[in-house]
Write a protein that binds this ligand. Sequence first.
Ligand code: SF4
Length: 156
Amino acid sequence: MPLSRRRFFKIWAGSIAAVAVADKVLALTALQPVIEAGNPFGDCPDRSWERVYHDQYRYDSSFTWVCSPNDTHACRIRAFVRNGVVMRVEQNYDHQTYEGLYGNRGTFARNPRMCLKGFTFHRRVYGPYRLKGPLMRKGWKEWMDAGSPDLTPETI
Ligand code: SF4
């Protein structure tokens, strides 16, 4: 059966209308409309995601302390506390403002200090291997209670 010009245009117009309707239905159900934003930092309609990054550094209080885990640096550190827990630490950048017992004072050049051991110190404080009390070498107290006698080959 030959396709008349009139019938061809009817089929073509019906197909276009069907595609247009399907496109709108699909856009309303499965797709989000495109939001035009010129400057994403200035015009972005939803910037709530930025709060995640801001909150990472939010703290309730802070205090300074001196790290001295048996090395000679004694770095001055500031700890930041949130909900009663030290969340992070950083160097205090004030080595030039204080001095030792003999009046020796550091300079700005001493900043920054700290090492990775100091940066992770609070994690060890909260870690499972933290010592919760003093330790004593086995047998030492008995030896002291006995008047710390001289060591002999038999008592070593
Ligand atoms: S931060 Fe590092 S270098 Fe400074 S006192 Fe602590 S362990 Fe020593």
